[in-house]
Ligand binder design. Structure first.
Ligand SMILES: [Zn+2]
Length: 218
């Protein structure tokens, strides 16, 4: 895609393309429905650790262990961790693991997870509208509903979630990834997205939400 600017940084000419959501979440053979957007090499390389972390978290979630795509991802993920360049990564992962009452628990780096969801929405938004979104305008929340105190400052997220669940999903691959999107009335630039990975892991992602929030506060 010569001459085009990177969807993410808007600065560099793109020499490559980025998959949204990350291609490493789709066990081979990968479906032909995967979405790609123009990206520069620097951005693309910068995403790889986030993508690897995301996949490890998916592969270690007990509630996803019955998902056949996850089962096919596990050996690939373990093999990836055996590479020498993964060793700082493994150490960081082990450092985040603690033993609670005799079982191992992982302190999730939600920031890293949310970054993958934010990038996915930026890419999907571009694929739908051919317009780039600055990173600062996109905010993801990993399984927000399980953490009710976080909901209060950004009311009315529960009603947005209910509206999103009514939307028909766009399915990229069944039981691997689908998303729903809804607009916000009177706010043409704002939208809310529900990303569902492996049928159970989900993110709420808000686009250009600041203007909606300010209005609610008045
Ligand atoms: Zn870039």
């Amino acid at each position: 895609m010569p001459g085009k600017l990177c969807v993410y940084c808007g600065a560099n000419e793109c020499g490559t393309s980025d998959h949204v959501p990350p291609a490493n979440l789709f066990p081979p053979p990968r479906p032909s429905t995967l979405i790609t957007v123009p990206s520069c090499e620097t951005c693309n390389v910068g995403f790889s650790l986030d993508d690897e972390y995301f996949r490890i978290v998916i592969c270690t979630r007990p509630d996803l262990s019955e998902n056949s795509a996850v089962q096919r991802l596990i050996p690939i993920t373990l093999k990836g961790l055996d590479r020498p360049e993964s060793s700082p990564f493994k150490r960081a992962f082990l450092d985040a693991t603690r033993t609670v009452g005799g079982t191992m628990q992982l302190q999730l780096n939600n920031h890293r997870l949310n970054r993958v969801a934010e990038r996915t929405v930026r890419g999907l938004h571009y694929a739908k509208s051919a317009r780039s979104l600055p990173a600062a305008n996109v905010n993801a929340f990993y399984e927000l509903a399980f953490d009710p105190p976080d909901i209060q400052p950004i009311f009315p997220l529960q009603s947005i979630l209910a509206a999103l669940r009514e939307e028909p999903p766009t399915v990229i691959q069944p039981d691997v990834f689908e998303y729903r999107v809804t607009g916000i009335s009177g706010k043409p630039d704002a939208s809310a997205w529900l990303l569902t990975f492996f049928a159970r892991a989900w993110f709420l992602v808000l686009v250009n939400w600041r203007s909606v929030e300010n209005e609610l506060r008045q």
